[in-house]
Design a protein around this ligand. Structure first.
Ligand SMILES: *Cc1c(COP(=O)(O)O)cnc(C)c1O
Length: 348
């Protein structure tokens, strides 16, 4: 046994990033108002910028990605409607059952690898227009797909799936918490991806490194409902320009650098895959998330986490044999080299 090391590489999530000094300065210098009274200049500037970037009429600033998704869902459905999504979706797994609790919707699950499905899988789940059934209403796609390993949807598939959904009269929502990563990885502009959707949610507190903040964007009529439900859900804030300033700073300075996170994740994935007893599906590592399996002959993920912790490395165990490591603003080259060296020196 040796001394516990100080934290040297925190790969639990891209949400652990701290606002940089420059971001804090941007926050301190923000012009402020009262957004509930409708005169918050920095929030308005962020909303206008995101709406334009995503090619939509309007956008609405909210505290979290969960609220962004749930407002989009609530605004486009009625109780008794059904949402079509992948069973590994964030809206299903990690939002406290909100589609059922807050919007009164049921969910139909579209299967496919890594969170991605094809147009034909939609047909199977469209309900007949008959009073026995829930009303098929909203398709939700996640890009990049978190539990799918951070993979980005190919543009042709986004196009064909949303086209099919529309042919059945569905609305389409994009959970774009990591839309920025998808855009950097594929080279498709955020607005080109967003063009296929009625509503889009984006997060600033993941890889972009802001302390909090998400935005929903969409057409004027839907956004009027989002704005109203935001108040009802308790998400209307006052001098929230402090947070919006961090988000604007992130758009200016932290989008292109996501390519560095992707490169580091891919370097880490290759090194992990070469360690005996660990395996990574390398072609799933397209952005900043690395999932790896720990062979039963090795320690359990729980024991592995404890060994890593002693070396100043943090990751998450997300299943009985699965670990997750996420790169971000908080993980530089030196940190990645340390993680690789620690993993290679573990007793196998
Ligand atoms: C993080 C995340 C969200 C929103 O999470 P909050 O913690 O509520 O900000 C939504 N969708 C996906 C895919 C996410 O990874």
């Amino acid at each position: 046994m040796h001394e516990m090391q100080p934290l040297r590489a925190d790969l639990r999530s891209d949400t652990i990033t701290m606002p940089t000094k420059a971001m804090r300065e941007a926050m301190m210098n923000a012009e402020l108002g009262d957004d509930v009274l409708g005169d918050e200049p920095t929030v308005q500037a962020l909303q206008a910028r995101v709406a334009e970037m995503l090619g939509k009429d309007a956008a609405c600033f909210v505290p979290s990605g969960t609220m962004a998704n749930q407002l989009a869902i609530r605004a486009q459905t009625e109780p008794g409607d059904e949402i079509l999504c992948h069973p590994d979706s964030h809206i299903y797994h990690y939002e406290s059952g909100a589609p059922a609790a807050l919007a009164g919707c049921s969910m139909a699950f579209l299967s496919g690898d890594r969170g991605i499905f094809d147009a034909d899988s939609i047909d199977v789940h469209i309900r007949p227009d008959d009073h026995h059934f829930p009303n098929s209403k909203l398709l939700v796609i996640e890009n990049t797909h978190n539990r799918g390993g951070g993979v980005a949807w190919p543009m042709e598939q986004l196009e064909s799936v949303t086209r099919r959904a529309r042919s059945h009269g569905l609305r389409c929502h994009l959970d774009g918490a990591r839309l920025w990563n998808a855009a950097v990885a594929t080279g498709d502009a955020p607005g080109t991806i967003a063009a296929h959707f009625d509503t889009i949610s984006v997060c600033f507190s993941k890889g972009l490194g802001a302390p909090a903040g998400s935005v929903v964007a969409g057409d004027a009529a839907t956004m009027a409902r989002v704005h109203r439900f935001r108040k009802m859900y308790g998400g209307a804030m006052r001098q929230s320009g402090l947070l919006a300033a961090a988000c604007i700073h992130a758009l200016d300075h932290h989008v292109d650098r996501l390519a560095d996170d992707h490169e580091r994740a891919s370097r880490l994935a290759e090194a992990i895959n070469e360690c005996p007893g660990f395996s990574v599906e390398l072609d799933a590592v397209q952005t900043n998330i690395v999932y790896f399996d720990v062979d039963p002959t090795r320690s359990s993920p729980l024991e592995l986490m404890a060994s890593l912790d002693r070396e100043g490395v943090r990751m998450l165990d997300i299943g009985p044999r699965t670990m997750r490591a996420v790169t971000s603003l908080a993980v530089d080259d030196e940190a990645i080299e340390h993680v690789i060296q620690v993993l290679q020196s573990l007793p196998s």
